[in-house]
Design a binder for this molecule. Structure first.
Ligand SMILES: [Zn+2]
Ligand SMILES: [Zn+2]
Ligand SMILES: [Zn+2]
Length: 90
């Protein structure tokens, strides 16, 4: 199966809008498990292990295709459109 994905190779050098945590959870006063950074706009959302799943919700509301982990020491990325994971986003 082809894993070609043009979304993950493009890193526009976005900076996190809310480096302190998930934007949606902070607004709700809620908590999260892990954080994901949107490669299109710098939105910080929580992962699918978090109850609010804001990173996935952000994809559905904006169609921004790709995220990378916002966890310290984690460099992997994920494309929602192609459902492709990469070890490193560069
Ligand atoms: Zn893709
Ligand atoms: Zn959240
Ligand atoms: Zn975004």
């Amino acid at each position: 199966m082809s894993t070609a994905c043009e979304h993950l190779v493009v890193d526009q050098g976005v900076s996190a809008k809310t480096p302190e945590g998930c934007e949606g959870c902070i607004a709700m006063g809620d908590g999260w498990v892990h954080l994901r950074l949107c490669l299109s706009c710098g939105h910080i959302g929580c992962c699918d292990s978090s109850k609010n799943k804001h990173a996935t919700a952000h994809f559905h509301s904006t169609e921004h295709p790709a995220i990378k982990s916002f966890q310290p020491g984690e460099e992997w990325g994920w494309c929602y459109v192609d459902e492709v994971m990469t070890d490193r986003v560069s």
